[in-house]
Design a protein around this ligand. Sequence first.
Ligand code: ADP
Ligand code: MG
Length: 410
Amino acid sequence: MKNVTQLENIANKVVLVRVDFNVPQKDGVISDNNRIVAALPTIKELLGKGAKVVLMSHLGKVKWKDIKKGKATLEDIEKQKAKNNMAPVADELAKLLPGVNVSFSAATRGAELSDKVAALKAGEVLLVQNTRYEAGEEANDAELAKEWASFADAFVMDAFGSAHRAHASTVGVPELLKKEGKQTAVGFLVEKEVLNLKKVVEVPADRHPYVAILGGFKVSDKIKVIESLLSKCDKIIIGGAMSYTFKVALGGKVGKSPYEQDQIEYAKKMYETGKIVLPIDSVVANDFENPTDVRIVPSDNIPDGFEGMDIGPKTRELYVKEIASAKTVFWNGPMGVFERDEFAAGTAAVCEACANLKDAFTVIGGGDSASAAKKLGYKEKFSHVSTGGGASLEMIENNGHLPGIDVIGD
Ligand code: ADP
Ligand code: MG
């Protein structure tokens, strides 16, 4: 697989780069430009070689599928488009690239777009409007991919967060370009993600114990990753709301904590592998929104009317011990409702235990887990914090493969 530095003869050529500019914004104000900043090294590398850089990304959701299902009208789609307009991103990008001519195409196809691409000069950047303005993007429509591929001399994939999706801009376009013998490569961001995540996908004997920490909300969201991790790691530590399904499966009483009835048999089976470690005590509250009674109780005996909000102090101690001997750690999903200080201790303890490891490789793969680590001040202590929640999980599930990355290889 080529990286962006290995592209040849791209001066004066149009290089189409799929970036991840799916930034949080409200009323045209971007609240976090991290993802734009993260794409700059790849963009600068191409500009330095005199390429004409065309950038494409999705932004937010435009639910075309709801039209087919009769759940939305074209008017709804127009509202979603307006909410997810990429124009403010072009302004932000221009600020981050002083001295570079950055333009924006409000059109996602047709003459307006092709004229703008044709007008580009070497060392200039064109950002195209949100790819999801097109219904064919998520459907990987052949005609759409053909039109986008038609103006590109080469393609660079640098949107790790979208690499698990086989869409027109992530898979359709590079597939076509490769058939035409054109160059495709990964950008710096994707290259770094792949190198780092490989280390939690294939873990050699001398990098064990391999401990996975899973939390967050639902077991059903993470079934495939649990199965895959069971074959790879030595222990799976479980916290968060998903632990209650396991507790019910083992005959525990969980009060009004959320659990999934239809996952109970599955949870039992997983538990029988002997690799799963569950909470022994929980911080519980009488009300999720307005807790007036907060207690610490055994995790398998939560009183009626109470709901689990975090792992308890004994569990924190147990989990810190389990993590202490690890040489490889993959963490996805907070141990509790970390967004609120009174329920953040479990997640903080797990973060600290990872931070204290000396000779270990530690990875966070999950959007909320990454924000938890950041909020609690541990983000810098991890070996790698993935920019793609879903993509990193799917990479583990598929043993290192993602459609948007495999397509770049030979
Ligand atoms: P990630 O984005 O890292 O993959 P998830 O999206 O699976 O993580 O889960 C994160 C959410 O789970 C957080 O918003 C957190 O508040 C919530 N959560 C964790 N534990 C509990 C709990 N015991 N009860 C309710 N919500 C919880
Ligand atoms: Mg999440």
